[in-house]
Design a protein around this ligand. Structure first.
Ligand code: HEM
Length: 530
């Protein structure tokens, strides 16, 4: 952390603060990114703030974020310290690792297992997961437990891909992963900041007031993290016995006869917990947007119907022929910023645009500011998928910044699960569009108000989501209800014989058996960073 009590004239400009406290009392506790962006309108795109003895530099433009986070990865790949991550051993998981050998190994493992060219291996899993999702949604069309239903579906698919294991309703592993995801997001979002401001608290005994409960919490999560990692190794063995391919199985095969090391064990945990809240958020945004903008929903449904004729459910092989659905996915990721600010700690003195970026300062990329930049996205508050489509409406535009290039972060720390998220979200969205009409529940006054008001987002630690999502579903037709009822959501056959045709058909049978063709078109340009 850099310590400075008078602002150097070489630092980027920013609003003056109070002695000692600096800008602490000015920075709002919610939606800081909006405040930062408004400040940037007065002081320019790069601004300095001081909170106690920490210097914070906020980057509010795509240009400045690209110049530092993407182009100077050597200085901008470290995270600000999170002492709770050390206490709970979360530092063994990728989001909390400092650059170094373990970091590179974990990034490589992610890249090899769910990178752009690997992620298509799980197409049948996404399709089955989407069918299962439709069936669960169909059981409660009023969506009274929407978040739980989404989480269950996502947890299921992440566990399946990472371990090959098909969770049973009685298993507690999905709940464990979900709790862990919330804890990790809290740590990343600096909920336990007290420990970083007063590091001496970490060396106090657990009976000490103030520090004690936080230290015990860290110890509890450490135990839980290792227990969850060990459980995933067991599950991977069961998955293997069921004949399922999985990330853990591949990693263990790669390590030969050696028992899996602790850090590799954490890969499955990171895969499960790392993407849960972000993909939950995107799914909620999608449902809300479809309900709020029926014309957009109809256009997306028309595209799906033109291809499938209402006779089968979509497959990943259909993706190239569903550019509007792809554009909806892009707009979902832009419209509600899931990671509105992304923090780093700069490891060397640096200069940008004539200003000093001092070693040890916390640098925050205001990702939300990119999503609201009118020079890139005119009328940024509007939900308008067309902005991502070429004039003919046949493909995503290559001349516009796609969410793949900012919503998933930057440089060497760009989200390594982005291709998995992209494939899974596409599959879920296309399936929902094929089967249901999504609407706002007219009877609920509250729902209408919530939908009409300026959309509020809430922060789940590091990940944000729309605060209130009230939607209701109805089957688009009797035929759609029948497709969902008959959909093959059973586990994928290992050797491709059970449950109908293993390789399924892009133009195939009524309930569209899963297909294992390569993944369609990933949503936008690739950032090839591991
Ligand atoms: C819509 C879905 C998702 C979004 C918007 C998203 C976004 C992000 C962002 C913004 C970061 C921080 C990048 C940075 O610091 O520059 C990140 C990191 C990460 N994400 Fe995702 N993510 C999503 C899904 C997933 C999934 C499905 C997984 C796992 C399979 C995953 C695993 C991770 C991991 C492990 C990191 C830490 C990477 C590192 O620090 O090196 N994410 N994600």
């Amino acid at each position: 952390m850099s310590s400075l009590f008078g602002r150097s004239k070489h630092l980027p400009p920013g609003p003056p603060g109070l002695p000692i406290l600096g800008n602490l009392t000015q920075i709002p506790s919610t939606e800081q990114w909006v405040w930062f962006y408004n400040v940037s309108k007065k002081y320019g795109p790069v601004n300095t703030f001081r909170v106690l003895n920490t210097t914070i530099i906020v980057l509010n433009s795509q240009e400045s974020i690209d110049a530092l986070f993407n182009k100077k990865v050597a200085q901008y790949s470290s995270k600000p310290p999170r002492r709770m991550a050390n206490l709970s051993d979360l530092t063994m998981t990728l989001p909390f690792m400092d650059p170094g050998e373990d970091f590179s190994t974990a990034r490589r493992q992610f890249h090899e297992e769910v990178g752009q060219s690997a992620v298509g291996a799980y197409n049948k899993e996404y399709e089955q997961s989407s069918r299962r999702f439709l069936q669960t949604l169909a059981a409660d069309l009023q969506c009274s437990k929407l978040t739980e239903v989404i989480d269950d579906s996502l947890g299921h698919i992440f566990l399946k891909v990472s371990t090959g294991y098909e969770p049973k309703p009685s298993d507690t592993i999905l709940a464990q992963m979900n709790n862990l995801a919330h804890f990790a997001a809290d740590v990343l979002g600096d909920k336990y900041q007290k420990l970083d401001i007063m590091p001496f608290l970490c060396s106090l005994p657990t009976w000490a007031p103030v520090a004690g409960p936080i230290l015990k919490l860290g110890a509890k999560w450490k135990k839980q993290l290792h227990a969850t990692a060990d459980a995933t190794v067991q599950l991977a063995q069961e998955g293997k016995m069921a004949g399922n391919d999985s990330v853990m199985f591949n990693l263990s095969a790669a390590s030969g006869e050696k028992p899996m090391d602790d850090r590799s064990k954490m890969i499955a945990v990171t895969m499960n917990a790392g993407g849960m809240l972000a993909t939950e958020s995107a799914t909620l945004t999608f449902l809300l947007a479809m309900a709020k903008f029926p014309d957009i929903q109809k256009r997306a449904q028309a595209e799906v119907d033109a291809l499938l004729g209402g006779k089968r459910l979509p497959t990943m092989a259909d993706r190239q022929k569903l550019p509007y659905v792809d554009a909806v996915l892009s707009e979902v990721l832009r419209w509600v910023s899931i990671a509105p600010v992304i923090a780093r700690e700069v490891t060397e003195d640096d200069h940008y645009d004539g200003y000093l970026i001092p070693k040890g300062a916390t640098i925050m990329a205001n990702n939300w500011a990119i999503s609201r930049d009118e020079s890139i996205f005119p009328e940024p508050e509007a939900f308008r998928p067309e902005r991502f489509l070429n004039d003919a409406g046949t493909a995503l535009r290559k001349d516009i910044l796609q969410p793949m290039e900012f919503a998933f972060g930057f440089g060497h720390r760009t989200c390594p699960g982005r291709y998995l998220a992209d494939a899974l979200l596409f599959s879920h969205f296309a399936h929902v569009l094929a089967a249901f009409d999504v609407s706002l529940p007219l009877a609920a006054e509250k729902a209408k108000r919530a939908a009409d008001e300026r959309m509020k987002v809430k922060s789940n630690g590091a990940a944000c989501r729309v605060e209130e999502v009230y939607v209701t579903l109805s089957f688009r037709s009797d035929a759609a209800a029948e497709l969902v009822r008959q959909a093959n959501a059973a586990p994928a056959p290992a050797n491709g014989t059970a449950n109908g045709t293993a390789n399924g058909t892009a133009n195939g049978s009524a309930n569209g058996n899963a297909t294992s063709v390569p993944n369609g078109v990933p949503n936008g340009a690739a950032n090839s960073s591991h």
